[in-house]
Design a protein around this ligand. Structure first.
Ligand SMILES: [Ca+2]
Ligand SMILES: [Ca+2]
Length: 333
């Protein structure tokens, strides 16, 4: 086990901090694509800064199935990019990889024993790898001729969805963890990526760039793919304000998807965290401000999300209790 300096660990445990989180009133039906974005009302919410390290970046968090750990990508000013895990209370952490390769996008196996990630540790091409937490051994999952990135482990443990470019552009694929042929899941000629499984494993949410008016939007398809004519996928978010919806994460109860969207009123790096009800009927913005708030991931308790934000001037991990929004939206419907 490797840990960072004690001084860092002390800073890693912070109390509640009032951040910039702002509640948005429930928007109108998602089908009303010309509706104005929901107008946020001032409502401060407590969030926890899980890390607060001014010279070290914590990104791409993923909550462990048992709720005790959060895997993330850590990088220093020299450009060393490795995988770490930190306890959900910030009290301890452990470095998982320590090498010159760029490791990214961790995703836990459902039994919590392994973490899949992407890395260009062979032939300088990003592929999906899996690290065993017991002994930190790393084994390949994909062996594509071209890059494979952003893995998402299925709830039944048997498959990993990812985006690959074997077909010439970015599409979502799936591959059996135990070995076998990769299967293409998305077929729209524009890029599709950012796959996220539903908790029951029956569906996959993903980000697609399918309409120049919408920028990126979120879509949902069955686990075995959307069909060659995209006839089995449906839009989840349908806004037309160039939000570039991305990084979906499905709530454990299956009723919400958290995602990051660009704030059209801000600069190109201003992303906020949103929640969308799974039927598309409600969208709620849960952070607002000039920071880049992105890469949300649900806790197994279904009440909290962890996300990455440069709110403090450098990428850190923050935890936000979103139950007030999911609960409020439930009672409003
Ligand atoms: Ca940091
Ligand atoms: Ca923001």
């Amino acid at each position: 086990m490797t840990t960072r300096a004690g001084a860092f660990l002390a800073r890693g445990v912070l109390g509640f901090t009032l951040l910039l989180a702002v509640a948005a009133a429930a928007s109108g039906p998602a089908g009303a694509t010309d509706a104005a974005p929901p107008q946020p009302k001032a409502l401060e919410a407590p969030v926890v800064a899980l890390t607060r390290t001014p010279t070290f970046s914590e990104r791409q968090p993923a909550w462990s199935p048992d709720g005790k750990w959060i895997a993330f990508v850590g990088s220093d000013s020299v450009g060393v990019v490795d995988l770490w895990i930190i306890s959900a209370d910030g009290a301890s952490q452990r470095r998982l990889t320590d090498d010159r390769f760029i490791d990214g996008s961790p995703t836990w196996s459902p039994d919590g024993a392994r973490i899949a990630f992407h890395s260009a540790r062979e032939k300088s091409i990003f592929q999906i790898w899996a690290l065993a937490l017991a002994d930190s051994t790393v084994a390949p999952i994909t062996r594509e001729a071209r890059r494979a990135m952003n893995p998402a482990w299925s709830p039944d443990g048997e498959s990993i969805a990812y985006f690959g470019v074997s077909s010439g552009d970015e599409q979502v694929w799936s591959i059996p963890v135990k070995g076998g042929e990769a299967r293409r899941l998305t077929f729209h000629p524009t890029q599709s990526w950012s796959a996220a499984w539903s908790a029951d494993g029956k569906e996959i949410a993903f980000s697609g760039y399918r309409n120049e008016k919408t920028g990126g939007s979120l879509f949902i398809m069955p686990r075995d793919g959307e069909g060659a004519a995209c006839e089995r996928s449906r839009a989840l978010t349908k806004r037309v304000d160039h939000r570039w919806d991305r990084f979906p994460s499905w709530s454990p109860d299956g009723r919400w998807v958290a995602f990051a969207a660009r704030n059209p009123a801000g600069d190109a790096t201003n992303f906020d965290i949103w929640l969308v009800a799974i039927d598309g009927s409600v969208e709620v913005r849960v952070t607002e401000g000039p920071a880049s708030d992105t890469e949300p991931a649900w806790a197994p308790d279904g009440r909290r999300i962890v996300f990455q934000s440069d709110h403090s001037g450098n990428d850190d991990l923050w935890i936000l209790d979103v139950s007030r929004w999911t609960g409020a939206s439930r009672s409003a419907r």
